[in-house]
Design a protein around this ligand. Structure first.
Ligand SMILES: *[C@@H]1O[C@H](CO)[C@@H](O)[C@H](O)[C@H]1NC(C)=O
Ligand SMILES: *[C@@H]1O[C@H](CO)[C@@H](O)[C@H](O)[C@H]1NC(C)=O
Length: 357
């Protein structure tokens, strides 16, 4: 079951008069429309409709040995109280304290394309143990996002909460591209910008300010603040704090190579001025990812529907790059057929990965 967007929930509410699955519609149609978390109208709203911790921080890091040289990478998506108080230090649902997020993401067979490439590119750990990092972020933070609880989603498949959390965060990272926001204002790595100019650049790009944090006078993290409406629409908001940097700071160059330009910037998101609808898992499929996405035809990349057994969990192959929305995905040793979100087409990137655009 995908998150239900506003239009869809209206349609479902209508359908529910004759539907054989009244529970789902009943649950969804009780969500008040366009009520934003942390607004005065949000008090008492069902925790499946709005996160009980009304603020989410998208925490991106600038770590010189991690990720493409022209991209921030993910630290986490952290629930906070409306006044900026931290969430619990040890998570909110011990029954979902997972230590095997990598396997869960690789095994996941619900809606949405594989996000493993993007996870390893944009959510790496400086220790090299990406799975431990992801598992920590999951257990400590994601289990506190009440709208993701499986009980809120009657048609949830195994680990869809895990997939939705990570794909949503990656999608927001892509949409709120901090590197581009700074570069568009002439602020690039290898310089010592005034942090006030960085705040201004982010304000220009996103219409809100961010929290900018430093370690030893060097940029370390930028935090963007979101509120939520309609269960899964993330609405960017002003940061409550300026962060720890002051004056001229170091914005060092990274050691990696630049990420290639994404072939498509359109996502399946429903976007108003400051609203992102993150359907479960569909929006990260247009992430930029090295190496360069190329057309599958004549490039030696695999194509055609794959059947039977496979060896690389998470690998994806377009049925026909550039002309079909279907792709095969290697799931627990067997190829299964998947489909890009409506209106998108599958493109081959490498021997084992694709994107939908
Ligand atoms: C992943 O899939 C393998 C093979 O089917 C299975 O043995 C394992 O238990 C699964 N792990 C998780 C965390 O779902
Ligand atoms: C973990 O993340 C790092 C940094 O993005 C990446 O270089 C590395 O390949 C990832 N590890 C695996 C096993 O993919």
């Amino acid at each position: 079951m995908k998150f239900i967007t506003l239009a869809a929930s209206v349609a479902l509410a209508a359908l529910s008069l004759t539907s054989a699955r009244p529970m789902l519609q009943a649950r969804q149609s009780t969500c008040p429309v366009n009520v934003l978390s942390c607004s005065s109208a949000s008090s008492g709203v069902d925790s499946c409709c709005l996160p009980t911790m009304g603020t989410l921080l998208l925490v991106q890091q600038w770590y010189t040995s991690l990720g493409p040289s022209n991209e921030f990478t993910m630290h986490g998506l952290w629930p906070d109280t409306c006044s900026g108080g931290d969430g619990p230090s040890d998570g909110c649902d011990s029954s979902r304290d997972y230590t095997d997020i990598q396997t869960r993401l690789e095994n996941y067979s619900g809606p949405g394309a594989s996000i493993m490439d993007d996870m390893n590119t944009y959510w790496g750990s400086y220790t090299g143990d990406n799975n431990s990092f992801w598992s920590h972020e999951w257990t400590k933070h994601a289990t506190c996002i009440s709208t993701l609880a499986p009980s809120c989603h009657p048609d949830w498949v195994q680990d869809q909460d895990v997939y939705t959390f990570f794909s949503t965060a990656l999608g927001l990272r892509q949409q709120y591209d901090l590197y581009a926001a700074l570069a568009n204002a002439g602020i690039t790595p290898g310089s010592n910008p005034d942090v006030d100019d960085m705040h201004a650049a982010i304000q220009t790009a996103f219409g809100v300010d961010a929290e900018i944090n430093c370690e030893s006078g060097a940029l370390s993290e930028i935090w963007l603040t979101f509120n939520v409406q309609n269960q899964n629409q993330y609405v960017i908001a002003n940061a409550l704090s300026k962060g720890s940097c002051s004056g001229s700071i170091s914005y060092p160059e990274k050691s990696g190579s630049p990420a290639t330009v994404p072939t498509a910037t359109t996502t399946t998101t429903t976007t108003t001025a400051a609203t992102t609808t993150t359907n479960a898992g569909s929006m990260t499929t247009t992430e930029a990812s090295a190496p360069t996405p190329t057309s599958g035809s004549g490039s030696g990349l695999p194509s055609g529907r794959q059947r039977g057994s496979c060896s690389t969990n998470g690998a994806t192959v377009c049925v026909s790059s550039g002309s079909s929305d279907q792709y095969s995905k290697c799931n627990s040793g067997t190829w299964i057929l998947n489909q890009c979100k409506k209106g998108l087409v599958c493109y081959s990137d490498t021997q084992t990965s694709t994107h939908c655009a």
